[in-house]
Design a protein around this ligand. Structure first.
Ligand SMILES: [Zn+2]
Ligand SMILES: [Zn+2]
Length: 354
């Protein structure tokens, strides 16, 4: 089978590797239909997020068809349509026993597709507890957004907005920005999205929940949406991870600044303001207890229109096109902000077009 391997910064290769098969009683091997490209993948490939283990197959947002199951697996059968939870945890360590499975100390790294072989490949092997059936009425394309949505559900749980009228801003209209907009909307907020790229802004415009809007700058969002250039910033979800230092002094009293981009950036903030204005600065990564199941529920129930956030589907052989659509040009070795009408880009190792 083919597998997209991380070798080092700007060194990603599509290799022929041996097919994966069941080796343990509880193993499940999935033939990958779709695997979403995540900002994490762009960071790894470009060297900006230097956490991946060289030689690892990338890809962690995947759906597919069960190809093989171990003898002890129950409740799953060959041919089942499934989605994969790529974030391993042991359930026994101190982190797992204290509501922090995303920081399990018994996983040797972060997740499949970063520290373990992932799903930009013909097949992926895991154990049955990390496999979730996908109902017939949900496409495998939509199901591939379960993992990023799970991260958003986990992050949204940490946000405690000061009431449903909180002025809520989501910076960036990429997949996480739009998923945060939907999840916060389902919690009763009305997020306003800020996106500098006109192409991305246009893609996002008719994929927003009722009441939400997207603007080309924060200044425009404040002035046009709220009719006040100094409209309070009660909640800011920053998917770029670049704006904390600039926006922190502008946060409204009791406000919350959430930073979720995996980009290295050191920011200085005034700790007197932090206390004096009752501000919160929070981060979030990966899935937490039950968030994967909740995310799948939001997709299967139609509450989050996951498939509409898919902008591109490319065969595995064309992964460079997919990465480039998100601003990561592997040939020119340039990684900048995406300026195409791109949102969630799916790689299709099996050439499926369901
Ligand atoms: Zn991801
Ligand atoms: Zn653990």
């Amino acid at each position: 089978m083919k597998a997209l391997k991380y070798r080092g910064a700007w060194d990603v290769t599509l290799d022929e590797v041996p097919d994966l098969h069941v080796t343990g009683d509880d193993d499940v091997v999935v033939e990958i239909a779709y695997c979403g490209i995540c900002g994490t993948d762009l960071g790894i490939a470009s060297g900006a997020y230097p956490v991946a283990v060289p030689g690892t197959t990338l890809g962690h947002e995947a759906s597919g068809i069960v190809a093989e199951i171990g003898d002890a697996v129950t409740g799953l059968a060959v041919g089942d349509r499934v989605v994969i939870n790529p974030t391993p945890y042991c359930g026994r360590c101190r982190m797992c026993r204290t509501q922090r499975i995303n920081h399990c100390v018994n996983k040797h790294g972060t997740e499949s597709g970063v520290s373990y072989d992932g799903a930009y490949a013909g097949r992926f092997r895991t154990t049955s507890g990390f496999i979730h059936p996908v109902p017939d009425h949900v496409s495998l394309r939509a199901a591939a957004l379960t993992e990023p949505l799970s991260c958003v559900v986990a992050g949204a749980r940490k946000l405690q907005p000061p009431g449903l009228t909180a002025h809520t801003f989501v910076i960036g209209a990429g997949p996480l920005g739009l998923l945060y907009t939907w999840v916060l909307s389902l919690r009763g907020l009305t997020p306003v999205v800020v996106e500098h790229s006109p192409a991305r802004l246009a893609f996002a415009r008719d994929r927003l929940p009722v009441g939400s809007a997207v603007y080309g700058s924060l200044a425009e969002a404040r002035a046009k949406h709220f009719g006040d250039p100094d409209a309070p910033l009660d909640v800011v979800v920053d998917t770029t991870s670049h704006l904390l230092e600039e926006l922190f002094p502008q946060m409204a009293h009791g406000g919350t600044y959430m930073s979720i981009g995996l980009k290295e950036k050191v920011a200085a903030i005034d700790t007197m303001l932090l206390a004096d204005r009752s501000l919160s600065v929070i981060g979030s990564i990966d899935s937490l207890h039950g968030s994967f199941v909740e995310a799948l529920h939001l997709i299967t129930s139609g509450r989050v229109p996951a498939e509409r956030l898919v902008s591109h589907v490319v065969p595995l052989e064309d992964y460079r096109t997919g990465f480039a659509a998100l601003g990561c040009d592997l040939d020119a070795r340039v990684f900048g902000p995406a300026d195409q009408a791109s949102c969630k880009v799916l790689v299709a190792p099996g050439g499926r077009h369901e």
